[in-house]
Design a protein around this ligand. Structure first.
Ligand SMILES: [Mn+2]
Length: 423
């Protein structure tokens, strides 16, 4: 009796509640209307709806992006990711592709390097994420004239080998969305760079919340994209441990659409033996000074490149270590090129990885920095140029590694040891 009366009251409350104007916007409308004042208002609880509302900046940027997309209807664009794309980049690019689709803009998501982290491979396979590899060689054979623009997501062109080819072909940069520190090299028609946001996936989730794309949990593709965004958000915030309010808000929104089992399957991907070997080498070779852990891991195959950040992730978990740096020489499979690749991970809030790496390694002859970073993480790439190759002579390969190892350590220790050069 009691139960039934309670449920009657509930029913009564629900049916008499004002529905609100935005209860259902016709799905036949071509252009999604943006929610300028309220998001999730149909929840019924004003305070919750308020809490979910993206910041006014996010709403303003969504509006700007919509205008840009409207101006480019019926075009074909290339979405460029960093050479070794991470879940944040992959998922954000997918969200962009789905948003742009509504304006009849066809986006091809490409990256020049490889998917080398087991979780990234699992993400792309399990969600059928539409990203494709296109090397710096093969982009030259692409019919670039058929693209009216390109887009940079989770990067600013400095970490892609494809940027120069697109610029040379005179293709305009339409959209640039990133959360790394501003590199200031390229001008886009629409720019949204927010270095204080922990993940590009957070920015894209805010676009979705603003109404740039209405997620539908009955659509498999939307569920998979929401799952990918959740993965991107989690992985760029160290499983939400470094997440801030905006990131949690975005995760809360995605929680209504994502597939927890699918995410779990992606996270279950195992490390390969070769990755384990690199981690082992980093453990053996590490030196710890002033709470910095530094490890050179020697030569690596191109496909195992991602073992470097994974080793850095591992080294930073050691007691009394707040910052880990791991580097090695990676051989490019296409050209006879070698490049020193390094990763930095830090839990020290006052250490800015972008500043640290720029300070440590400086710029090349064209003024381009060898690396940079975002909150908690950074990376660098130093081309070996004339010294590339010749490793069939093992004595030479050994000397070469020793020289690079010593030089990198020298540069890092200058910053690590504040007596020599305080930062
Ligand atoms: Mn990112």
């Amino acid at each position: 009796m009691l139960n039934s009366s309670v449920s009657q009251i509930e029913t009564f409350t629900l049916t008499t509640e004002p529905k609100g104007e935005d209860i259902e916007i016709e799905t036949t409308v071509d252009i999604p209307p943006l929610h300028r004042t309220q998001v999730l208002a149909s929840n019924g609880d004003g305070s919750i709806a308020n809490a979910f509302r993206p910041s006014s900046l996010a709403a303003q940027k969504s509006e700007e992006l919509q205008k840009t997309l409207l101006a480019h209807r019926h075009e074909r664009h290339l979405v460029i990711l960093q050479d070794f794309p991470d879940p944040d980049a992959l998922s954000s690019a997918w969200a962009y592709q789905l948003i742009a689709q509504q304006y009849d803009i066809k986006c091809e998501i490409i990256y020049a390097g490889t998917l080398s982290h087991q979780e990234n491979i699992a993400l792309v396979k399990l969600t059928a994420l539409p990203a494709q590899r296109c090397t710096a060689q093969s982009i030259k054979t692409k019919d670039l004239v058929s693209y009216q623009g390109f887009v940079l997501i989770d990067n600013q062109g400095t970490t892609s080998a494809l940027t120069s080819a697109l610029q040379q072909a005179g293709i305009p940069l339409i959209t640039l969305v990133d959360h790394h520190s501003l590199q200031g090299e390229l001008k886009a028609e629409f720019t949204d760079v927010r270095p204080y946001v922990r993940a590009t996936a957070t920015i894209f989730t805010q676009y979705l919340q603003s109404g740039l794309l209405t997620l539908d949990s009955s659509m498999g593709q939307h569920v998979k994209c929401a799952t990918a965004l959740m993965h991107g958000l989690r992985s760029d915030t160290n499983r939400l441990m470094q997440a801030q309010e905006e990131d949690f808000m975005a995760a809360a929104y995605l929680s209504k659409f994502y597939d927890a089992q699918l995410l779990n399957a992606i996270l279950q991907a195992n490390r390969s033996k070769r990755v384990m070997d690199v981690i082992e080498r980093s453990l053996k070779n590490r030196i710890v000074q002033n709470n910095f852990s530094i490890a050179g891991v020697g030569y690596l195959r191109y496909d195992d490149r991602d073992a470097i950040p994974q080793a850095a992730d591992f080294l930073v978990t050691e007691e009394n270590v707040h910052t880990a740096m791991v580097y090695g020489i990676v051989h490019d499979e296409d050209d006879e090129l070698e490049v020193v690749i390094g990763s930095l991970r830090t839990t020290k809030l006052t250490l800015d990885p972008d500043e640290f790496i720029k300070e440590a390694f400086g710029q090349d002859s064209t003024g381009r920095f060898f690396g940079g970073g975002r909150t908690g993480a950074g990376g660098f790439e130093i081309p070996m140029g004339f010294l590339s190759g010749g490793n069939e002579n093992s004595a030479y390969a050994k000397i070469k590694w020793e020289v690079f190892d010593a030089q990198i350590k020298q540069k890092l220790l200058k910053l690590v040891n504040p007596k020599d050069n305080p930062i």
